[in-house]
Design a protein around this ligand. Structure first.
Ligand SMILES: *Cc1c(COP(=O)(O)O)cnc(C)c1O
Length: 387
């Protein structure tokens, strides 16, 4: 019997989400409206932050964040090559330059010693943009200390980190601005969407205007009595980055389930950890300072002990009807980044080695125990058969 294909990732959409979307459709509010506002308020409570701004992607949110902290052409921002290109492309939107530094070989998060070295040898660095890889927080105390010492801003790419707690503090309450992704594969899915989080009201006000064409709402708030309702003022060449109420409807219901989702992903991760303990691989390292959101479960194959490479392993999984992925192809290997900065693959040796061994296994709440056992069986069969 051929088993049904088990996808690498699937959103977990129930009747609650469907009903909320239908309610939105019946309401007549399709774009940013009451649901977007409510989703922002509930998200703010969930993180424990004063300001939230719903946007149509994490990429858009990161762009607004860098604009808000005042990034100018030629500025440098320290970030990791072990990420999705969105993290770094937003730096280029503003004519600034990413300064990539290598990752820690255990957490695959940005290596703080490499950040310190870059700060000693480079001028013009204005910010640090860490990514909380797979759902585990970067070394934030060290990053916060360096930011203070060198007067830098911190914008966090928290696309994987909902929810993640660093030394008991929620990611989203640590740096200057934090941005989440609600892309279809993420731990909270609205199809497309994102949320900006900050404790700084000046940044929040600025991003609120830029999120929608540079329209300032304060003009209404400050003199509501003598400004007609149709009037508005443009304070900047803004963007079209607002979230719509259909996406927000999904977000409202997904947020109510986010802790249950985490519980299921954690169970799956624990089953994987146990089952894979004696196989030629490294299971994900768990740093004691951070919880793990388990957006991704990334194994590292011990290629020295195997007769197959990573790509063949993935091919065998696919033949067995199981979807996998690779997080990430480091940015310095991609044409644009390689050519712009003349990178060699070995410029970031830890990122390169991590990439060559990396396989992301399916981990999402709608996987049942049979699905999990099936993944375990196949991984074991392929690896034990190729020792
Ligand atoms: C998914 C992802 C993004 C982009 O999120 P969008 O909402 O699709 O813009 C950014 N950074 C990382 C690390 C991601 O995984």
């Amino acid at each position: 019997m051929i088993e049904k294909f088990l996808p690498f990732a699937l959103p977990c959409i129930g009747e609650e989400e469907i009903n909320e979307v239908v309610d939105t459709l019946r309401s007549g509010w399709l774009t940013s409206g009451p649901k977007t506002k409510y989703f922002e308020e509930e998200f703010a409570k969930f993180i424990g932050t004063p300001h939230t701004l719903a946007v149509n992607s994490c990429t858009a949110g990161l762009h607004l964040a860098l604009e808000a902290i005042g990034i100018q052409p030629g500025d440098k921002i320290i970030t990791t090559p072990y990420t999705f290109t969105a993290t770094a492309e937003v730096i280029r939107y503003l004519g600034a330059e990413p300064l990539f530094v290598d990752i820690n070989s255990n957490t695959f998060n940005i290596d703080v010693e490499q950040i310190a070295k870059a700060l000693e040898t480079n001028d013009g660095i204005k910010a640090i943009l860490p990514v909380h890889f797979a759902g585990q927080a970067s070394n934030m105390d060290a990053i916060l200390a360096l930011a203070k010492q060198y007067s830098l801003k911190i914008v966090e790419d928290a696309a994987h980190a909902l929810p993640t707690y660093y030394k008991g503090r929620a990611v989203g309450t640590l740096g200057d601005i934090t941005v989440y992704s609600f892309y279809v594969t993420k731990t909270l899915a609205t199809g497309e969407g994102g949320m900006i989080v900050t404790a700084n009201s000046d940044y929040a006000e600025h991003m609120q205007a830029l999120r929608l064409h540079g329209i300032s709402k304060d003009v209404f708030n400050r003199s509501s009595s003598n400004v007609p309702a149709w009037h508005y003022d443009i304070i900047a060449p803004g963007f079209k980055y607002n979230m719509n109420d259909i996406a927000a409807a999904l977000g409202i219901q997904q947020l109510l389930k986010v802790n249950n989702f985490l519980q299921r992903r954690t169970e799956i991760a624990e089953q994987y950890n146990q089952a894979f303990a004696d196989l030629p691989m490294r299971t994900p390292y768990q740093h004691p300072d951070s919880t793990h959101a388990w957006h991704l479960y990334v194994i590292q194959l011990k290629l020295e002990e195997l007769h197959i490479d990573r790509n063949t392993f993935i091919e065998r999984m696919k033949e067995a009807g199981i979807g996998t992925s690779v997080h990430f192809i480091p940015l310095h290997l991609h044409t644009y980044w390689r050519e712009r900065y003349n990178f060699k693959p070995t410029d970031f040796p830890v990122a390169l080695d991590t990439y060559q061994r990396a396989v992301s296994l399916p981990i999402y709440p709608s996987m049942n125990n049979a699905d999990v056992q099936r993944v375990i069986r196949q991984v074991k069969a392929i690896l034990q058969g190729n020792l």
